[in-house]
Design a protein around this ligand. Structure first.
Ligand code: B12
Ligand code: SF4
Length: 448
């Protein structure tokens, strides 16, 4: 049969709805469509906007026709997210993830029906995790939401909506059409810098100076997600017998893992979101009685008796027993392994421990030799770390090392003296600064 005579071709050609559409799409109409589909708020960002330039290539690899991004906001029920009964809070997170994805799918269907290419970039999991620990999220919703005027990133690094506060989850739809009007970013940040998020986080992932300790949040809050699951399977594999296993993992932990695998994974905390008073709909009780607000919403979380997962020699390990006597710490392994020296250097920014850095103020020149030669400058000052490629500024210590020796330098059992003897590491400057640098990180490697 000739293609021109095929029933599909004949039907399409005879059809009046030959998928013609007017472009640019009218944003009043599009906003109405999104709200009808269930979005609580919505904004539009052109693919050409500078705020999202670093994401453009990733976005076009998902949908090459993309011209506009629709940022979708879905509200969570506040008291469910706030309660110290975290199974209820977790249910609220998961139900909202499901509903924001359903809203986005519905919008995509409507757009596809009128001939507009569209893809829901998905609110959370599933992600591209097969490349773990590489970047697994196809699209970063937070910067898109900020560009679309849906809110601003607050002290705790979550987007705070001007009205709904941080009790929202985000999603992005990529569409192959231009729109009449882009929405503009907010001209203020709804975060009131009360630092209740700092007070509530059991692992101080949000530093009082606004820094974010990725490894602290990831090791505790995400115990029953990616890396924590790898660690748990290794505990099973390494156990000599059931008694040995029971010593390492409590029945409650096993059952909790079962629940996460059977239903949806449980966040261990997410307390930063629970306690945030920002946003027009949220802030009144805080304005009326700040102490009372903290008693009601922060204290119950601080006083919850629970296991807190920490990396060996991390800030959290030291901090939890003194700040939260009701909580018990348990060491876990850092398993966001690095495949090459670039990801290794990035990895150390994720595991930097600000309190352990203390008053260290030093510039390190790192010269890596061998298969993966590289030069980098590491600066530690005011409890923050910065890494730049190339050698800049006056170094306090020059470290020359083979890439392998350098990658092993923070592992359990590393001995500087032997590395200096073999010549795998050479230092120019006070040796003490090498130890001070290593002390800024938790101990990587196996837990005894
Ligand atoms: C990666 C991720 C995380 C990471 C990093 C968090 C972070 N601050 O970025 C971890 C696992 C720690 C995490 C925790 C949580 N997350 Co989260 N997370 C994401 C994800 C997938 C991407 C975030 C992102 O864009 N990061 C890049 C830039 C924009 O953020 P950044 O702060 O500058 O970067 C930090 C990290 O991302 C990290 N990083 C950057 N690049 C890379 C690359 C690699 C390989 C690695 C390992 C790390 C890493 O280093 C940076 C410095 O700390 C998004 C979903 C999505 N697809 O967008 C949800 C998202 C940001 N998470 C969300 C939520 C709710 C949470 C939690 C409350 C847990 C929960 N119940 O869901 C906690 C809150 C922790 C906090 N205070 O930030 C919501 C936030 C909603 C809002 N109102 O803003 C999002 C948007 C999901 C959604 N669909 O709504 N999350
Ligand atoms: S709890 Fe306070 S400091 Fe933290 S994000 Fe919310 S408003 Fe900002």
């Amino acid at each position: 049969m000739r293609l021109d005579d095929h029933p599909t071709v004949l039907k399409v050609r005879a059809s009046a709805t030959s998928q013609e559409r007017e472009e640019p799409l009218n944003t009043t109409w599009l906003k109405e469509l999104c709200k009808k589909a269930g979005a609580d708020d919505v904004g539009f960002v052109s693919i050409e906007r500078p705020e999202i330039a670093d994401q453009k290539a990733d976005i076009l690899s998902i949908l090459p026709e993309t011209k506009t991004l629709i940022s979708i906001v879905s509200r969570m029920n506040r008291d469910a997210v706030r309660t110290a009964t975290r199974s209820i809070a977790n249910h609220e997170f998961h139900e909202t993830y499901t509903s924001v994805n359903e809203t986005a799918r519905h919008i995509v269907k409507e757009l596809e029906a009128i001939g507009i290419p569209a893809v829901n970039a998905v609110a959370a999991f599933p992600m591209e995790v097969q490349d773990f620990p590489g970047k697994s999220w196809p699209v970063s919703h937070k910067p898109i939401a900020e560009a679309a005027g849906m809110g601003k990133i607050g002290f705790h690094r979550n987007v705070i909506h001007p009205k709904f506060g941080n009790f929202i989850l985000l999603d992005t739809i990529l569409i192959g059409a231009a729109v009449t009007d882009d929405t503009k970013p907010l001209d203020y940040n709804p975060c009131v810098e009360c630092k209740l998020c700092v007070a509530a986080c059991p692992v101080e992932a949000i530093g009082p100076d606004g820094s974010f300790n990725f490894s602290a949040c990831y090791s505790h809050n995400y115990r029953e997600f990616l890396g924590g699951f790898l660690d748990w399977t290794e505990q099973v594999a390494d156990a000599k017998d059931k008694h040995d296993y029971r010593e390492k993992v409590s029945d409650g932990e096993v059952v909790s893992m079962w629940q996460s695998l059977s239903f949806k994974p449980s966040y261990k905390a997410a307390y930063c979101i629970s306690v945030c008073p920002a946003g027009e709909d949220v802030i009144s009780p805080y304005l009326e009685d700040r102490v009372g607000f903290a008693e009601r919403h922060v204290k119950p979380l601080q006083q919850t008796a629970e296991t807190i997962y920490v990396l060996p020699n991390s800030d959290a390990e030291t901090l939890v027993p003194s700040r939260f006597p009701a909580k018990t710490v348990k060491q876990v392994r850092w398993n966001v392994g690095a495949k090459d020296i670039f990801s290794y250097l990035f990895n150390i920014t994720l595991t930097f421990q600000r309190r352990k850095a203390g008053d260290l103020n030093a510039t390190y020149h790192l010269r890596l030799t061998g298969d993966m030669p590289l030069e980098a400058t590491i600066t530690i000052a005011q409890r923050r770390i910065e890494i730049e490629f190339g050698l800049t500024g006056d170094p306090d210590l020059v470290i020359e090392a083979t890439s392998e020796a350098w990658m092993g330098a923070f592992e359990q059992g590393f001995e500087l003296e032997s590395a200096l003897k073999t010549g795998d590491i050479k230092l120019e400057g006070p040796f003490d600064l090498f130890h001070r640098l290593a002390d800024c990180f938790p101990t990587y490697g196996d837990i005894n």
